[in-house]
Design a protein around this ligand. Structure first.
Ligand code: NA7
Length: 896
């Protein structure tokens, strides 16, 4: 018996006439069609409610001239059925809207889907019926619907934005919206046409409208980056890869970052010469592929403003070359957002269209629209008389597509609009707390519009239908995320948003295109493959974060947050886990040093700085090596004495070079990294005494080293943080040198191992408890361990230099770092703390791998500058980022 029938017997308050189904779906586009197919195969009774007169979703409505997909059609296809895959061949690299619509019709016919779709039927309200544990839907056409599960397959860009411009009603000519283009087409021949907007829809349609119209005036608010699509047959290399092994091709897409089978780039921009960068760029430009140019140039193009700016400049050159009139070219040149932070467009002759005599560009930044009049459009600078206005003004994206469709009322009468008043709250972008049995396909909080939608839709549909089957098989009737899981996901979303530059642009990704809408990045920026693995992890961990209930009080709730690590830390740790490395402590000191040396060799040393000078300084028992990292700006600069990490056993003055270079760039200060001696050859207190002696010598020789005389600063990571802390105590007790501030990053401060972080983070986060035991054993015998020269927390902590103490949530050393900060603060030392959530011991020193560590290093740099009495503004004058102008400069501090 279908599940719907069982439920209907219980206490269904829906009208008798209601259509009873297990699952109701809204929408018959890409997502709705596949849902119907899967649900039916899984034995659920189903109906899809579709406002349009036929299948197609976005491809049903968006019939404007030039409408095409902007992901290659070979990738923008269903993959669930290999026979379907071979039964359809696309005619072009980027199919037109009519061809895509034909494809979706073909799919609907092939699986006989139309019989379960109610066309021209809009859901006007959806209400969760607590007693019946069902959703009750009212519609504007035909019977209401009562369903156990309610799934929004409404797409992300289906609610067009209202025009927001006064006077539209007064206009006597014709008005069209690209998102609601008439089916019969529009004859624009000989007409004076205005297009408002320069997003994808406008950029695709403008060249074709210009060919027909007597005159076209484009009203542009924000210029966009557009690339030539180079349409034609699917490219040979892609077709060959695809044809040679379709299954592998599709699988690579599923595991990729954007849902298209491209590898992760590992080379960063500054490792390439100008010529190499240009060569990569020209290749990408010629490829005519958004995902290629967005991901394949260099590894830092989407995550770092400097890496991104190089791409921007190269595209700007192309615009200048394509547009003859320099003023028009300048107006068409994007200047206020990183490339890719706003969706770039694929075009065919877009820029060249502005060379036509019948095309005019109006720059609304200079002359905003005042009003629309009976005869045309009036700006601050002119009146433009037109016969036709085309609004290509976009959509209330992502949330509008769900919230604006109809009122949705969940448990306890809560409305989704209220719950989302401050931005969308979801678990996995799939479900919402308080809304049982409610699912969104590619909802806000999932990769959705930042991915190949075809791949993301299939992943969501498969996940939802598989869960519904499992639920039914286990006898549960409701599923709902917990508050904790949802809050955790929202935090993870916020963490992910720091990974990329999307947050730095005002776009429909952030809700900024709709007046009054709450700003916040809505799509998931952590990547398609990682997202898929998280969804799978939720399942494998017993539906983590979901409450399940069933008849007779059956209930299951495995509460928790699925990702607590920063997204890039999670990837690093997962990668390390797959390497199956032997524990470092099993390698012996020599073996461990060799291992770390090899490991470090694979890393880029870091960005260009002013100068690097090696030398030796006199230690107590002979010379100690040091390496000076100097900024490119004219000196002398304040001096930071730096102590590397490595448990008193590993590393040298070069091993934290990427970190030192990065901090030199951020602080505009000189770092002197000291090669103190190591255990087991040199046990306690050698490292501490070397650190102190080196600091003293460096302070006395600051001028010779090229630094500024006067107080030095000290900094260190891990065991180096221990040495920095100890050095400050010794300097206080031994009459100098004067230290203006200390930066302690994940420092060792005490010899006890019983603080909670030692247990909580004993394994799994690279630095393990057992490795720390080994370091301690090699460096210091138990009898010496309470000496403040190795356990500074046991020493006097008053009258110390100002301190910045950074600790990481998933680090065995977390709690002793916090304890040291608190102890100093209690003793009257000015202390700033950074408790970095989701980070691990190496987060801040893995400079080019853990992107989310940037924010912490920015704070550290600001603190060091404060300690040195410098203005907070971080100097950026030391590499190719030189000369950043607004808004790049501001962004740079935040994101580079
Ligand atoms: P978009 O990309 O949101 O573009 C809308 C355009 O309309 C954009 O240039 C807007 O400027 C402009 N706009 C919006 N409202 C106004 C008003 N009131 N006045 C002047 N200009 C305005 O929508 P599309 O339909 O082109 O593309 C949507 C997605 O569909 C696309 O990214 C692909 O993924 C497929 P703004 O940038 O907000 O200043």
């Amino acid at each position: 018996m279908p599940e719907a029938m069982v439920a209907a017997r219980a206490s269904d308050t829906a009208p008798k006439s209601a259509q009873q189904v297990d699952v109701a779906v809204v929408g018959a586009g890409f997502a709705g069609l596949y849902l119907l197919h899967r649900l039916r195969k899984a034995g659920f009774s189903t109906v899809a409610l579709e406002e349009a007169g036929d299948v197609g979703g976005t491809w049903y409505w968006n019939r404007y001239p030039g409408a095409r997909c902007d992901i290659q059609t070979i990738d923008y296809s269903y993959t669930f059925d290999p026979e379907l895959d071979t039964a359809w061949t696309w005619s072009e690299k980027y199919a037109t809207q009519p061809e895509i619509l034909r494809y979706l019709g073909f799919v609907a016919d092939r699986y006989d889907l139309r019989r379960d779709i109610r066309f021209k039927t809009k859901v006007t309200e959806a209400r969760w019926d607590e007693a019946a544990e069902r959703w009750q839907l009212t519609t504007d056409n035909g019977a209401p619907v009562s369903c156990r599960h309610y799934i929004m397959a409404t797409g992300c860009l289906s609610a067009p934005k209202p025009p927001e411009i006064d006077g539209v009603k007064d206009f006597k000519g014709k008005v069209y919206f690209t998102g609601r283009w008439p089916h019969e087409g529009v004859d624009l021949a000989g007409k004076r046409v205005a297009v408002i907007g320069t997003g994808s829809s406008a950029i695709q349609s403008i060249p074709l409208i210009a060919e027909q119209a007597a005159h076209l005036t484009v009203f542009q608010r924000t210029p966009n980056f557009a690339l030539p699509a180079g349409n034609g047959p699917a490219p040979e290399d892609r077709r060959t890869f695809f044809e040679s092994d379709r299954a592998a091709y599709r699988e690579q897409a599923r595991q990729s970052m954007a849902g298209v089978p491209y590898p992760q780039q590992t080379v960063v921009s500054w490792q390439l010469s100008d010529a190499e960068r240009r060569e990569r760029f020209e290749r990408a430009w010629a490829a005519g592929d958004l995902v290629h140019i967005l991901t394949q140039l260099w590894a830092d193009q989407a995550v770092d403003v400097d890496g991104n700016k190089i791409v921007q400049d190269l595209i700007r050159e192309k615009i200048r070359a394509a547009v003859r009139d320099p003023e028009t070219a300048a107006a068409l040149t994007p200047h206020d957002h990183p490339f890719g932070a706003k969706r770039p467009c694929l075009d065919t002759n877009y820029y060249a269209t502005y060379n036509r005599p019948n095309v005019t560009l109006v720059n609304l930044r200079q002359e905003p629209i005042k009003t629309i009049t009976a005869s045309g459009i009036s700006t601050n600078g002119r009146n433009v008389d037109v016969d036709v206005i085309v609004f290509a003004t976009g959509f209330d994206a992502m949330t509008g597509a769900i919230r604006a469709v109809h009122p949705i009322t969940g448990r306890g009468g809560k409305s989704l609009t209220d719950v989302w008043a401050h931005g969308p709250q979801t678990y996995l972008g799939l479900t919402v707390e308080g809304f049982p049995n409610f699912f969104m396909i590619t909802g806000p909080g999932s990769p959705s519009v930042l991915s190949n939608m075809a791949v993301s839709i299939e992943q969501h549909v498969d996940w939802v239908v598989d869960r519904l089957k499992a639920l039914r098989d286990a006898g549960f009737t409701t599923i709902e995320p917990t508050e904790m899981a949802q809050a955790g996901w929202n935090r993870h979303m916020a963490d992910c948003s720091m990974l990329t530059l999307h947050r730095l642009a005002n776009t429909w990704y952030t809700g900024a295109n709709v007046p009054g809408k709450v700003h916040g990045l809505m799509p998931y920026t952590g990547g398609v493959g990682p997202y898929r693995s998280i969804c799978d992890e939720v399942t494998s961990r017993g539906m983590l974060g979901f409450k399940l209930t069933g008849p007779g009080g059956a209930a299951q709730c495995n509460d928790g947050e699925v990702v607590r690590l920063q997204p890039d830390v999670r990837l690093v740790l997962n990668l390390l886990a797959t390497l199956n490395l032997p524990p470092i402590e099993s390698m012996g000191a020599a073996g461990a040093r060799a291992f770390v040396g090899e490991f470090n060799k694979g890393r880029p040393a870091g960005r260009l700085i002013g100068d690097i000078v090696d030398g030796t300084l006199p230690g107590a028992d002979g010379p100690l090596p040091y390496r000076v990292f100097k900024p490119a700006t004219p000196g002398p600069h304040p001096v930071v004495v730096y102590f590397h990490g490595g448990g008193w056993v590993l590393g040298d003055e070069q091993s934290d070079e990427p970190f030192c270079r990065d901090m030199v760039r951020r602080t505009g200060m000189m770092f002197v990294s000291v090669g103190y001696r190591h255990a087991p050859e040199h046990r306690f207190p050698t490292a501490a005494e070397d650190g102190y002696a080196a600091t003293r010598w460096i302070a006395e020789h600051a001028t010779e080293l090229g630094g500024k005389p006067g107080p030095v600063l000290v900094a260190g990571w891990s065991a180096g943080g221990n040495i920095a802390a100890v050095t400050c105590q010794l300097a206080r007790d031994r009459g100098g040198p004067e230290i203006a501030g200390q930066l302690l990053i994940c420092p060792v401060t005490d010899c006890t191992f019983d603080r909670p972080s030692y247990n909580d983070n004993a394994t799994g986060y690279f630095l393990t408890r057992s490795l720390m035991y080994w370091f301690w054993d090699l460096y210091c015998s138990p009898a010496d361990r309470t000496d403040p020269r190795v356990s500074p927390l046991r020493g006097k902590v008053d009258k110390l230099p100002r301190a910045f103490v950074a600790t990481c949530e998933f680090d065995p050393l977390r709690d002793e770092g916090v304890a040291y900060a608190e102890a100093m603060a209690a003793a009257g030392v000015p202390v700033e703390q950074l408790k970095a959530h989701g980070h691990f011991h190496s987060s801040f020193t893995m400079v080019d791998v853990v992107i989310t560590g940037v924010a912490g290093r920015v704070q550290m740099a600001e603190a060091l500058r404060r300690f040195a009495g410098l203005p907070p503004e971080v100097s950026r004058g030391d590499d190719h980022s030189q000369g950043h102008t607004s808004p790049g400069h501001k962004i740079a501090a935040a994101a580079s």
